[in-house]
Write a protein that binds this ligand. Structure first.
Ligand code: DX5
Ligand code: ZN
Length: 225
């Protein structure tokens, strides 16, 4: 079963509540919230207050993808805002084990994120401790970028590592996922697809974008009643 996590970065922020409800009604499995600080990545997005507002608008699980320096300082704020999963990058988290324990100790699911140039093995020693591994398929910082095909080998290696050591751990991909690239990522072993532009900016609207993605990913669209 493939899960789809629409990324709110591509939503219309002026109508965020409606966009969230439309994604939920169209069958989104969870929502992906990109937190950017203008330091770890060049762009700035939004913080815990916006996550809390989204929490009030939906019952879907919320994953907070922290693209920020010193993520430990903010983990608690995002969990209190309603994030069900907190995802931290291995590249800027020197005491990754401690950070993962912090996330889980607050009752949230923990995910680790790998940039395109970071090898699969960087997740190896923390794999048993985490609920998900997120492989970036673009360089983080912006929505609407092109899928980096060279990441497919790493997705396959991560899938093999996960199957061997922690099959319950989810493997997610993020960046440039659309009906053309989703099947490639799924064939490589991804089971959760983050998608911003191809859902929220789909020419036919959110429901059509999500359905096209689900079809392409080989999963029947599952709209809420
Ligand atoms: C990139 C973010 C992604 C982004 C995906 O830094 O982590 O979640 O919103 O957007 P699309 O699907 O447009 O590539
Ligand atoms: Zn993201």
């Amino acid at each position: 079963m493939i899960a789809i996590a629409p990324s709110l970065l591509a939503a219309d922020f002026l109508r965020l509540g409606e966009e969230v409800r439309a994604a939920e009604a169209a069958g989104a499995d969870r929502l992906h919230l990109d937190i950017m600080d203008g330091r770890f990545v060049p762009n700035i997005s939004f913080g815990p207050e916006v996550v809390a507002a989204v929490r009030r608008a939906t019952a879907l699980p919320l994953e907070a993808h922290l693209m920020i320096e010193e993520p430990d300082r903010y983990v608690q704020a995002f969990v209190e805002a309603g994030a069900t999963t907190v995802q931290v990058h291995v590249e800027n988290t020197p005491h990754l084990h401690r950070t993962v324990e912090l996330i889980k100790g607050l009752g949230a699911r923990a995910g680790v994120v790998l940039n395109p140039a970071t090898p699969a093995e960087a997740a190896g020693e923390i794999l048993l401790e985490v609920d998900m591994v997120l492989a970036m398929t673009v360089n983080p910082g912006y929505g609407g970028q092109r899928f980096i095909t060279a990441t497919l080998g790493k997705i396959r290696r991560l899938a093999t590592l996960i199957a061997a050591h922690h099959p319950a751990c989810e493997l997610e991909v993020d960046g440039g996922i659309d009906p053309d690239t989703a099947p490639l990522a799924v064939a490589a072993g991804a089971r959760v697809l983050v998608a911003g532009t191809s859902v929220f900016r789909a020419p036919g609207g959110i429901a059509a974008g999500l359905a096209a993605l689900a079809r392409a990913a080989g999963r029947a669209a599952d709209p809420a009643p």
